[in-house]
Design a protein around this ligand. Sequence first.
Ligand code: ADP
Ligand code: MG
Length: 496
Amino acid sequence: MSSPYWLSTNTGDWEVVIGLEVHAQVASHSKLFSGAATNFNAEPNSNVALVDAAFPGMLPVLNKHCVEQAVKTGLGIHAQINKFSMFDRKNYFYPDLPQGYQISQFYYPIVGEGHLDITLDKGIIKKVRIERIHLEQDAGKSIHDLHVKNTCIDLNRSGIALMEIVTKPDMRSPEEAMAFVKALRLLLRYLGTSDGNMEEGSLRADVNVSVNRPGKPLGTRAEIKNVNSIRFIGQAIEVEALRQTKLIESGEGVLQETRLYDHNKQETRSLRSKEDAPDYRYFPDPDLLPIHLAPEYIESLRLGMPELPDAKRQRFMEEYGLPLYDATLMVDDLETTHYYENTVKETAGWKKYKDKNTAKLVSNWLTGDLFGLLNKENKTVLESPISSTHLAELVDLMQDNVISGRIAKEVFLDMWNTHKAPKSIVDEKGLVQITDTSALESMIADTLKENPKMLADYKAGKEQLFGFFVGQIMKKSAGKANPQMVNDLLKAALSQ
Ligand code: ADP
Ligand code: MG
């Protein structure tokens, strides 16, 4: 799809405004109000406690672990943690909602205002404000394609804890919205409070979109429900913003309504208008006591916070001297981060001198050859056949001038295929770089002797032939000659 003109943030005829309501499944082995399990691939209706099936008289019991995950997430977005919060019933009927209401937090959410930074092109950092995070239970699942006439209900998901993370309408392009969801997912994974797995539905977003003329008040928004991939979030915003600008330009208005994104047709469709919007008749759940959080409890969680993505990226730039681009890739998932740091710390250059060139060299190997092969074979860093110890050893061999960069690439491929240590590959194949001056000098002399015509031309002023001689010498040495030494010695030989 071509990039429409409004994608730029502050120019053009239209400004697009986006606010997100992200549902993240809390990482927890049991549900928000019952002890039933939460694993994704369980047999239908096997993870269901009586309270999840809403048997009469059953009482919900709050899962302390889920509360803790919400508080940690709140700390991760620099938010106000509310010492007092409460659960409310959101009343509506749906076949996969046996209670006839969802337990949520409407009036007093557990987490108040916070923010999350996103990094845009050229390293520009933008702050996206977050309005609140509340805890709520998920509904069950209706399955329409299992039976010819009937709809089947699976209650495994019923009662699983969700965090709903609501942003202010602060994003101005599909790219910004996608960057926000990526940054949020990374944060949740660092914190361990949600696995953020969008394929399994652990992370999904309601996407609110409106358009307005720059400098004018915000337009009427449409809410696109339950978008479950980052790519689709971007696409949905593009097509919805286009639909709205066309409507307004043709003199019609935008209706406030709930819509669906159909990624096959690349269009959004109306689900219900605001007039049909249900009245949820929220009221405090009489079966649950309010949550009171002690300041010491919040403080202890704050003290246990891990290093977060932004801080880690900053540290990688300072400590390892990485450019923003490299640092961003190195903190992009925890496995890569660990692999990178382990490799750097095992290199001699880092151990002895805290050498930033070494740290950058390791990053180059990851972003280039390693990621290339991992992608090709659909593997994660954890499945890499090359261990961080072996990669560090390879970098050492290069830094110590034992092998040239060209040979190192060859050794790397061998390491990938054979899982062997680089040193043994270099030994077995006799790939040690030739750094012996007299050996190199005799190769140079032979090469010049074999090419008298070229030599004469060079002496007559055709200086670009220097590269030709270098190439011949490297070939003679099977790529093993030290390139720098060849350069220096050849220069000396030619100036005689
Ligand atoms: P409601 O309570 O009706 O769901 P909220 O004010 O809580 O409405 O907003 C829900 C979401 O819609 C928030 O993420 C908010 O940022 C977003 N939003 C509000 N106004 C707009 C707008 N004009 N354009 C785009 N998004 C908006
Ligand atoms: Mg809403």
